[in-house]
Design a binder for this molecule. Structure first.
Ligand SMILES: [Fe+2]
Ligand SMILES: [Fe+2]
Length: 336
């Protein structure tokens, strides 16, 4: 670099300017290069860790007994935009009501009979059930079921941190008053619905999706060809609009039939997989990851990936991705 140019750059810097040439040299081809890597978490390790947390971590220590699936190539979180956690709630434990800008979802992996109270409705949740607490909805929960509950907590909090829009508010009431009848949303947000139940803004209403319905749907569509890249896919859709689960994340159930092997593709959304049932192997980039029930793994954006069910029984994934965000800002691209 000439002394003249160096002096000019120093002068620019002293006035809070920067020359374009200081960052970009030449007009070159570019495509996404994620700054974080695939990662695989063993269910055995995760469940042993949460058991241990049950012994040594009380709710007096922290607001939540939660273990994050931390991707070590990131400072925090599971992908750049999403985080998946495992939470343990023992019988008799509860969480006080609060709300935050981060949108959250739950997928129950063990136990039944706990109550999730969202915006005045109490949802009973059990194994395989999926429930949403959309952005800025009041939520609290309690476990009076006489058994320990384990559920996955998925949040878009890494995105919120990136955008620095992190509002969080404890509820002065501590606990919400339940002011809707049991099964209110299930009865009013279906194909037959009161005429005043319409979407307001882009956030969906809170909703609980029962495993019995999921299983019934899987059985009904299980003989269809499905998606060449993902097998049978069920979307947890916005019950009012059929849109994505939350504006920032799409949650799905994937099923790979016995011996099913998907085609390879890549896309600009990042995907987190939790193995609810079965075993098999996924290839992400040039590495193979053998998984079994309870395992989780993450496919960062633009990594080629495909999956294979190597067992006799169907494999079922609970899946979370940031595709709706990519769609909303026009950044979604997919390549076979
Ligand atoms: Fe929360
Ligand atoms: Fe994919």
């Amino acid at each position: 670099m000439s002394e003249l140019l160096k002096a000019f750059e120093d002068e620019l810097q002293s006035k809070n300017f920067k020359g374009y040439w200081q960052n970009v040299q030449g007009d070159v081809y570019r495509e996404p290069v994620p700054s974080y890597e695939p990662c695989h978490w063993r269910g055995k390790d995760l469940f042993a860790a949460i058991e241990k947390a049950g012994e040594v971590v009380g709710l007096d220590l922290s607001f939540r007994r939660v273990i994050q699936l931390w991707n070590p190539s990131l400072k925090n979180g599971t992908t750049r935009t999403l985080v998946l956690n495992l939470q343990m709630l023992k019988s008799g434990e509860e969480a006080l009501s609060h709300r935050h800008i981060a949108g959250a979802v739950r997928f129950v992996v063990k136990g039944s009979g706990a109550r999730l109270i969202v915006e005045g409705e109490s949802f009973e949740i059990g194994e395989g059930d999926f429930a949403t607490t959309p952005s800025w909805t009041w939520h609290d929960h309690e476990n009076n079921a006489g058994q320990t509950m384990l559920w996955l907590d998925g949040l878009d909090s890494p995105l919120v941190r990136l955008l620095e829009t992190d509002f969080h508010e404890p509820d002065p009431r501590k606990k919400q008053t339940v002011n809707k009848p049991e099964g209110y949303s299930a009865s009013t947000l279906g194909a037959l619905r009161p005429s005043w139940m319409r979407a307001h803004g882009i956030q969906p209403p809170a909703f609980a999706y029962k495993w019995a319905d999921t299983e019934k749907a899987l059985n009904k569509v299980g003989e269809q060809p499905g998606d060449p890249y993902d097998g049978i896919v069920l979307d947890y859709g916005n019950p009012l609009t059929g849109g994505p689960t939350l504006p920032t994340m799409s949650c799905q159930i994937h099923m790979l039939r016995s011996g099913e092997k998907t085609k390879s593709h890549r896309h600009t959304s990042s995907t987190i997989y939790y193995v609810h049932r079965g075993s098999g192997v996924s290839t992400i980039g040039d590495k193979h990851y053998e998984w079994e029930q309870g395992d989780s793994f993450v496919v960062p954006l633009w990594y080629h990936h495909h999956h294979e069910n190597t067992a006799k029984d169907p494999a079922i994934f609970f899946v979370m991705s940031d595709k709706p965000l990519m769609d909303a800002i026009g950044h979604y691209r997919e390549q076979a």
